[in-house]
Design a protein around this ligand. Structure first.
Ligand code: SF4
Length: 226
């Protein structure tokens, strides 16, 4: 800031004070930059060839949503629709996720949605450990920029990949873990609900818990999954 700019800023602050405004709330430079950084990083990694999943990639699916989201959803990997569009959770499972979010009073624009790996595994197979480990720095970097209050892992593959515990989905549920020091809970992947409606009720219970934690300032009890 040069001398003239400093002078105008001081004048402006004096004017605000005379107008009875004593407090200013400013975003930090880091916060302002997180959207820009996510976009820059998305472009930077879009041609990544760190693992075999690059071979069949049509589009790199980095993630989408609010760069200051308090809530981040992480699935396992892009599917065919996502591979074509470059956006996460846009197929039938994604549409169901959108409806579930709406049911708890949230929109996709308020949250951030991504996957453990950013390129589609062939025939929708589970991503291999080496692929997950190759891609994990991208996810960790996203979380560092977004700094959410709560992570929701969608499905067992995402939970096993990030929490380093081999439990059934039913056993993962109901506990709050820590991933990169961020409270993290696990629920069913929406595609599981499409295959088997019996999972709808427990998923709805989990989303009611997500809503309670999202709209309250209570600190959840956590288990460190790092
Ligand atoms: S899955 Fe991740 S690490 Fe593998 S090629 Fe795609 S972006 Fe790179």
């Amino acid at each position: 800031m040069n001398k003239n700019q400093l002078g105008s800023t001081v004048q402006y602050l004096e004017y605000l004070k005379l107008s009875g405004i004593d407090d200013l709330f400013l975003r930090s430079r880091e916060e302002n930059n997180s959207e820009l950084n996510l976009e820059t990083l998305q472009r930077k990694y879009s041609q990544c060839k760190k693992c075999d999943l690059a071979e069949n990639r049509i589009k790199f699916v980095y993630g989408e949503g609010n760069s200051h989201a308090r809530l981040v959803f992480i699935g396992e990997a892009p599917g065919a629709d996502e591979n074509r569009s470059g956006k996460p959770f846009v197929g039938k499972a994604g549409q169901l996720l959108t409806r579930i979010l709406q049911a708890i009073g949230l929109t996709r624009e308020e949250v951030y949605i991504t996957n453990v790996v950013k390129c589609r595994p062939p025939n929708n197979r589970d991503p291999h450990t080496t692929e997950i480990e190759s891609c994990r720095p991208y996810l960790d970097e996203q979380l560092k920029l977004i700094r959410p209050d709560l992570i929701v892992l969608l499905g067992r593959v995402a939970a096993v990949s990030l929490l380093d515990m081999k439990l059934s989905l039913a056993k993962f549920r109901g506990t709050t873990y820590l991933y990169n020091n961020i409270p993290t809970i696990v629920t069913y992947h929406p595609s599981a609900l499409l295959r088997n409606p019996v999972y709808k009720r427990p998923t709805w219970e989990d989303f009611k818990k997500i809503r309670r934690e999202y709209f309250s300032d209570n600190e959840p009890e956590v288990i460190d999954g790092n």
